[in-house]
Design a protein around this ligand. Sequence first.
Ligand code: HPA
Length: 275
Amino acid sequence: MKPEELEGAVEASLRRLRQAAGEALPEVAVLLGSGWGGLASRVDGAVPVDYAELPAFPAIGVGGHAGRVLIGRIEGTPVLVLSGRQHAYEHGDAGAMKGAVRTLAAAGVHTLVQTNAAGSLHTSLPPGALMLVADHLNLVQRSPLVGEAGNRRFVDMAEAYDPGLRHRALAVAQRLGRPLREGIYAWQLGPQFETPAEIRMLQRLGADAVGMSTVPETILARHTGLKVLALSLITNLGCGLAAEALSHEQTLAVAAQAGEAAVELLAAILAALRE
Ligand code: HPA
């Protein structure tokens, strides 16, 4: 989409969301990744809007993602829940979620909570565990901001994952007795999984988990001034660290088992964002 087209699409998307909400739009948005779909059933008074009705939003292809926004409340906190991301591995475009993130910013959203499924780089962070993203490695070296003009494109990424939000998330996990460890998320383009040599490389580079999403949206969010919190649901050990072969079916199966506890914690974190 050309910049002028994107602007028009963002405005039209915002109008549709405002019409659906019928009141002020929430200031917190949650982007659901694989395994986190259960959060959608926790939205009270949910008003659904399909991505298809929002011209700035992408068409969704991967199994397990629905492609719609729910406007409502989770444990009292007003939220926009986005089910479905378009990934860079679908076409090579890291800016697939640009229109969606711009729409959130235009709507007055100040916090983007991202969720994903990821592979672990340590046997001490096993399948079913949760990791709070403290920072990321963009080894893909692609940016959704390529082609942007102006000085704002040179975004400071020092605190890409907001320290204040992380502190609050860790406090909630501790209060609930739910283990939550901070770590570094390495973005890989995919869609193939890593080789054992790549997993060893990522370990040496200081990564704790690896996945195929989140980083482009974090860059987009920082560009528009949104704070970001990101949670990874570990669905497998990285290639070569365990005996079994990796597959998307396995990602979804582990996510289905562990997803409920993950969603429980996320709902409690969202409740705490209102305090
Ligand atoms: N690698 C990359 N992405 C992933 C993985 C993985 O092992 N597991 C879930 N998403």
